[in-house]
Design a protein around this ligand. Structure first.
Ligand code: URP
Ligand code: ZN
Ligand code: ZN
Length: 463
């Protein structure tokens, strides 16, 4: 006996059709205008869309950062993700100087195993590229199922690497079919600007943004692109925030280079003015790169709509206001960077993107799910509703309105940067490999039932 989702509108990155969907075991086995109930369990999806489960390519769960540890781990973070319609996360395994990549992955497997309520994969971040680490890279790709590496061009004296490391990683990764990601900001320049500001006692949260200008992002983005070009490697730029950085990506793509860019919900709906909130509230919005002036937003929307930006991640990195953000009450550079966004990633794109007319339903699915699955080697198992794909399906009610609030969200954190925003459209049910894990406002899944996913090698013709 299977599970039959009847009467919904099935939306993929390319099609929209009224159809019934039959799930047998963990897979979709039939999609057709009418499928006979034949003793199957039936879910009525009239009036709802069926979207593929969201694939969030950018999360930081249970991550030590900024002198503390993120408030959400794989237990709380993946449940919150499920409430929002995400059924797969790709989390960053941190690599510290002196360690092996194998150690990083072992650590991250231990964090996720037995806790994750949805499926998960890993990117591995490279902190130092010693000879032995270089030798590990091909093994990580072929044996560990991890096919993407992340490098930071910012966070001087902690995560930041130099151009030699970036260039060598790009060259090697491309030879073994892996995709390199960069956090693109010029950390050396930012370090000077931060020291200048602090020497003038400019300590409030807004100076976080003022010491990380868009030019620092644009410079690092352009540099990384040129290095990728010389290394003949593909490149994925995470969390693009500014028109200048996004233009650098468009320019490279127009020259035929395999350069990809991601943005995040916060950069589409929050802006620089949030840093000027009174009573240190601006600290909730401290993230890197920082929120920009509002005029960047229509440019980002336009680039999402026309395919110049392809990835859409949450950059979930939650810290409590009390006890964590407060670490920087007298010095903005000590405020832990990041915000809780995993739960609202999809509803923000739906409301401010689809309802507002910036993007259509196919593009919405491409951004929340398909493109991310394709870029990181999970497609077609994940990222679509198709025969043979995992039955990760969101039954989406387009009529329900929700006002986002830290008092009602499911993340383990005392603040929400989208607080007070009313969004229309939310998951009614969420299925992970055929099992209902969200039923209206109830979590019906199981902690620990999320599976580790091995990613395929990057394919140049993917998008
Ligand atoms: O502020 C942010 N984005 N925190 C998470 C780490 C990163 O840079 O992605
Ligand atoms: Zn980053
Ligand atoms: Zn991040």
């Amino acid at each position: 006996m299977g599970l039959l989702i009847r009467g919904g509108t099935v939306v993929t990155a390319s099609d929209i059709q009224n159809a019934d969907v039959l799930i047998e075991g963990e897979k979709v086995t039939s999609i057709a205008a009418h499928i006979a109930p034949n003793g199957h369990e039936v879910i009525d999806a009239q009036g709802c869309y069926l979207f593929p489960g969201g694939v969030d390519p950018h999360t930081h769960l249970d991550m030590p950062f900024g002198g503390t540890v993120t408030a959400d781990d794989f237990r709380t973070g993946t449940v919150a993700a499920a409430y929002g319609g995400t059924t797969t996360v790709i989390d960053f395994a941190l690599h510290s100087k002196g360690q092996t990549l194998a150690h990083s992955l072992k650590t991250w497997h231990a964090k996720a195993e037995g806790k994750a309520a949805i499926d998960y994969a890993f990117h591995v971040m490279i902190g130092d590229l010693r000879e032995d680490v270089m030798q590990e890279i091909p093994k990580v790709v072929s044996e560990e199922g991890v096919t993407s590496f992340k490098l930071f061009l910012a966070y001087k004296n902690t995560l930041q690497i130099d151009d030699e490391t970036l260039f060598r990683t790009l060259r090697l990764a491309s030879q073994v079919g892996a995709l390199v990601q960069v956090h693109a900001e010029n950390g050396d320049v930012i370090d000077v600007l931060v020291k200048d500001a602090l020497s003038k006692e400019q300590v409030e949260p807004k100076f976080h943004a003022l010491t990380r200008p868009p030019e620092a992002e644009a410079e690092a983005t352009s540099r990384a692109i040129r290095l990728a070009e010389m290394a003949q490697a593909p490149l994925y730029v995470v969390h693009v925030t500014s028109a200048q950085a996004a233009d650098a990506i468009s320019e490279a793509r127009n020259r035929g280079l395999p350069i990809f860019g991601e943005t995040c919900p916060q950069y589409l709906v929050c802006d620089y003015s949030d840093y000027e909130r009174p009573n240190f509230e601006g600290a909730k919005y401290v993230m890197s790169p920082p929120l920009r002036e509002k005029w960047h937003q229509p440019i980002l929307w336009n680039k999402l709509a026309n395919g110049e930006l392809q990835g859409y991640g949450s950059d979930q990195c939650s810290f409590n206001f009390i006890g964590q953000k407060e670490l920087g009450r007298h010095n903005f550079s000590l405020i832990p960077n990041g915000a809780p966004t995993i739960e609202d990633r999809i509803s923000i794109l739906y409301h401010y993107g689809v309802n507002a007319g910036h993007i259509g339903l196919n593009k919405f699915v491409a951004l929340t799910s398909t493109n991310n699955a394709k870029l990181f080697g999970l497609f077609p198992r994940k990222g679509t509703i198709a025969i043979g794909s995992d039955a990760d399906i969101v039954v989406w009610d387009p009529e329900v309105e929700t006002t986002i609030s830290a008092t009602t969200h499911h993340m383990n954190v005392d603040n929400n940067i989208f607080e007070g925003m009313t969004v229309k459209g939310k998951p009614r049910q969420v299925f992970l490999r055929g099992k209902m894990i969200i039923d209206r406002d109830k979590f019906t899944g199981e902690q620990g039932s999320g599976q580790f996913l091995r990613c395929q090698r990057f394919s140049r013709n993917v998008l």
